[in-house]
Design a protein around this ligand. Structure first.
Ligand code: 13P
Ligand code: SF4
Length: 307
């Protein structure tokens, strides 16, 4: 079957928009109406006039789109496409933790469940986390959840003392410093660029740290010929497309792990066939209770108002 043709027809017939994250497979990025980072995708989701939003990303992203568009049908090609970071912060445990610090406000990274969003004062993404944290008065104690690596980075950059939830992303935690340093010997001119979900040692040696869209902007504007990229490998597709003469090397993981750990197993659950089927069947659909949508909406809206 020609999935490209079928998807194009269904999208037109049903007035559907396909939003894709940079970690999706190249074919999905290429057919999407819009490809972006978590912040830009949330903005697109909040402003679309399509009747159906197909979110080619992971569950928390589609959930966010639904919270911003309760009246619209929001589809996710594979409902199992979760996120290790969101999983590392169960809402019940987080609620117990939060109750220990009643004087703290909660800033949560968008990579969390709708239930954790509902327990938060404001949401942030890796694009705006520093400015969101800085939007609070200096004497306001803050909890930052769920990513400890991003939280540590934001604390350093903002000069704020953040109380961190101990969560992490399996992909960004897998990069190996030893292997990166070996690669630097092979590509001595390369700039090391890293997503802030990466571990501290990697961030310390990176020439640039930023969200997926900021990494893309850095590469576009840099004169360097080579880049070692410490984030999920899906982003290499856009980097190569936008910069055909530059060389991009995925940051390696520990050789003994013998895995494709730089690939997010959740992001890669979406395929062209699943995208086609979900448009055709209008399923799987994201379903959330009215109460949860109400509670999770305001922290996301607050972020969008500040972004
Ligand atoms: P950004 O695209 O916002 O940088 O987020 C990366 C990510 O981990 C998505 O899961
Ligand atoms: Fe979650 Fe990490 Fe995959 Fe992003 S790359 S969706 S943070 S598991």
């Amino acid at each position: 079957m020609n999935f490209i043709k079928e998807i194009n027809q269904l999208r037109k017939d049903k007035n559907a928009v396909i939003l894709a994250h940079y970690y999706q497979i190249p074919e999905i990025q290429d057919i999407a109406d819009f490809v972006g980072d978590s912040l830009d995708l949330s903005k697109k989701a909040s402003s679309t006039d399509a009747d159906i939003i197909v979110f080619a990303g992971v569950h928390f992203m589609a959930e966010t789109a639904k919270i911003l568009n309760p009246g619209k049908k929001v589809l996710l090609p594979d409902l199992e496409a979760g996120c290790s970071l969101a999983d590392s912060c169960p809402a019940e445990d987080f609620g117990t933790f939060k109750a220990l610090y009643p004087d703290h406000k909660v800033v949560s990274y968008i990579n969390c469940t709708a239930e954790v969003k509902a327990l938060s004062d404001i949401i942030c993404t890796s694009s705006n986390a520093i400015s969101i944290v800085k939007s609070f008065p200096k004497d306001q104690p803050l909890i930052f959840a769920p990513d400890k690596n991003l939280g540590r980075f934001v604390a350093k950059e903002s000069g704020r003392d953040l109380l961190l939830w101990d969560g992490a992303c399996i992909v960004h935690e897998s990069f190996s410093m030893d292997e990166i340093l070996k690669l630097v010997k092979k590509f001595p001119q390369a700039k090391i660029i890293a997503h802030p979900e990466s571990k501290q040692d990697v961030l310390n040696i990176a020439h640039f740290v930023g969200s997926t869209s900021k990494l893309l902007a850095f590469v576009r504007e840099s004169n360097a010929p080579e880049f070692i990229v410490a984030t999920e490998t899906g982003i290499l597709h856009q980097m190569k497309k936008e910069n055909p003469t530059k060389v991009f090397v995925a940051a390696p993981v520990d050789a003994k792990d013998n895995c494709s750990c730089q690939e997010c197993p959740y992001m890669k659950m979406n395929t062209m066939e699943k995208l086609y089927l979900c448009l055709k069947d209008e399923s799987p659909e994201i379903q959330l209770s009215d109460q949860l949508i109400k509670e999770a909406h305001s922290p996301i809206e607050k972020m969008l108002a500040l972004s």
